[in-house]
Write a protein that binds this ligand. Structure first.
Ligand SMILES: O=C[C@H](O)[C@H](O)COP(=O)(O)O
Ligand SMILES: C=C(OP(=O)(O)O)C(=O)O
Length: 356
């Protein structure tokens, strides 16, 4: 009998597989306390109330474009919690604790994907670091915000997250809309990179519905997951190729479009990305405009996002790790700490009439 050669038709482009712990194993080895769970629940509820107009405070999601240095992240959180306490009666502050970065082409994809910043991509270690750091931020006293990019990640960290973004590059993806429909926290869909909001509006609609999709269960088994739908989704305006999209007329128009589709007219303005042309010096004026729209009676405006770090700007990456400057972003340029403090204090002062 002639023996036919074995012809391989799969894994031709795969170099290796590396097993992850199951979500259950990671959650057991890095558990959350009842106090942390209670904090997350209360923070999500506060955000829910702001989205639905039951809490007049401005929701501000502020912090580094990405966390790459845990010590700098801790120092940032320790500073931010003091400011959050000072402003808490008019502004509800949530810290950006971003571990997954979507890239336009290629680049460092965040601390979960590459925790050693050296291309080794030790994802099991990245997931551990992310969980531990989220717990630290909660213990410091700050609600946590992130972008969820890989649909397997939430099972490992979402119990410690209070608000999530689905980014401009993934809002149109069915996978991400399905994932969002099962997430437990309030969530903002960003408009597309071309500036259009249709995909984000469709995403909010899709994520509010029941969905069945392929995911993983707590024991790590690939599973068909059926969701209930996430009622706490809103729009985030981040500008686009044709420029900013946060003017009073645009916000009113988008709120009208949301209402026409039976969705909550709740809109957050991203003071970075294509709204600022990635110039963080422009972020304070965008924040001020968002506050002005609230004072002018636009009830759809619920919040703002600010990319901020200990130091202003960004540094080139990759470069030798020992040459990185402390407190400077290695992804998008950020507003420095002093300017962050002063623009949030100004927003607080300007919001006074709303609370009289
Ligand atoms: O906020 C982060 C970036 O804008 C996003 O991750 C894309 O980055 P890139 O265009 O540098 O790849
Ligand atoms: C990647 C981000 O934003 P966008 O999806 O708007 O580009 C971000 O906020 O980090």
């Amino acid at each position: 009998m002639q023996v036919l050669p074995v012809i391989t038709t799969t894994d031709i482009n795969i170099e290796s597989f590396r097993e992850l712990p199951s979500p259950e194993e990671l959650l057991t080895s890095i558990p959350k306390t009842d106090a942390q769970a209670d904090f997350v629940t209360k923070a999500r509820n506060n955000i829910h109330r702001i989205i639905f107009g039951d809490d007049p405070r401005l929701l501000v999601v502020v912090g580094p474009c990405s966390i790459h240095d845990l010590e700098a992240g801790r120092e940032y959180a320790r500073r931010l919690v003091k400011l959050a306490e000072e402003l808490k009666d008019r502004i509800y502050i949530v810290m950006r604790v971003y571990f997954e970065k979507p890239r336009t082409t290629v680049g460092w994809k965040g601390l979960i994907m590459d925790p050693q910043l050296n291309g080794e991509c030790d994802i099991p270690e990245g997931l551990k670091i992310a969980r531990c750091f989220l717990r630290e931020v909660i213990d410091i006293g700050l609600p946590t915000a992130t972008e969820l990019l890989d649909p397997i990640t939430p099972q490992y960290i979402a119990d410690l997250i209070c608000w999530t973004a689905i980014g401009a590059r993934t809002t149109e993806s069915q996978t991400h809309r399905q994932m969002a429909s099962g997430l437990s926290m309030p969530l903002g869909f960003k408009n597309s990179t071309d500036g259009s909001i249709e995909a984000a509006i469709n995403a909010i609609k899709a994520a509010s519905q029941q969905q069945t999709f392929l995911g993983i269960a707590d024991n790590g088994r690939a599973s068909a997951v059926t969701t209930k739908g996430n009622p706490n989704c809103h729009l985030v305006l981040r500008g686009g190729k044709s420029g900013p999209n946060y003017s009073a007329d645009q916000v009113k128009d988008y709120a009208k479009q949301l209402k026409a589709k039976g969705l909550i007219p709740a809109i957050m303005v991203d003071c970075a990305h294509d709204n600022s042309g990635k110039d963080p010096a422009k972020s304070p004026a965008i924040l001020e405009e968002a506050v002005q729209q609230i004072l002018d009676g636009n009830t759809a405006m619920i919040g703002a996002m600010v990319e901020s770090n200990l130091q202003h700007g960004a540094q080139k990456f990759p470069q030798p790790l020992e040459e990185l400057t402390y407190g400077v972003s290695i992804t998008d340029p950020c507003l420095g700490w002093e300017d962050t403090e002063s623009c949030l204090r100004e927003a607080y002062a300007k919001l006074a009439p709303r609370f009289q």
